[in-house]
Design a protein around this ligand. Structure first.
Ligand SMILES: [Zn+2]
Length: 77
């Protein structure tokens, strides 16, 4: 693990997490098996942060818990 992060705004933003540079993460959607779906799965709007596991009812641009920027592409499976 490297301690070097890129601060996309260069300012650290004006919040409590300013001392911790924002990591990049993505939302992990819960999926359930459904026969009707082409892929066999249905992705729920509920999602969790890939960085800290914070649960959200919908996708947000930034994680409210760890301040991660949710601009990462989820890994393809
Ligand atoms: Zn998070």
């Amino acid at each position: 693990m490297s301690n070097r992060y890129i601060d996309p705004w260069g300012t650290g933003m004006n919040n409590d997490n300013a001392k911790k540079p924002a990591p990049h993460a993505y939302w992990i959607h819960e999926k359930i098996k459904v026969k009707q779906s082409v892929t066999g799965y249905y992705y729920l709007p509920d999602c969790t942060c890939s960085n800290c596991g914070y649960y959200s009812r919908r996708e947000l641009p930034v994680c409210l818990n760890c301040n991660a920027l949710m601009d990462e592409k989820p890994p393809k499976r």
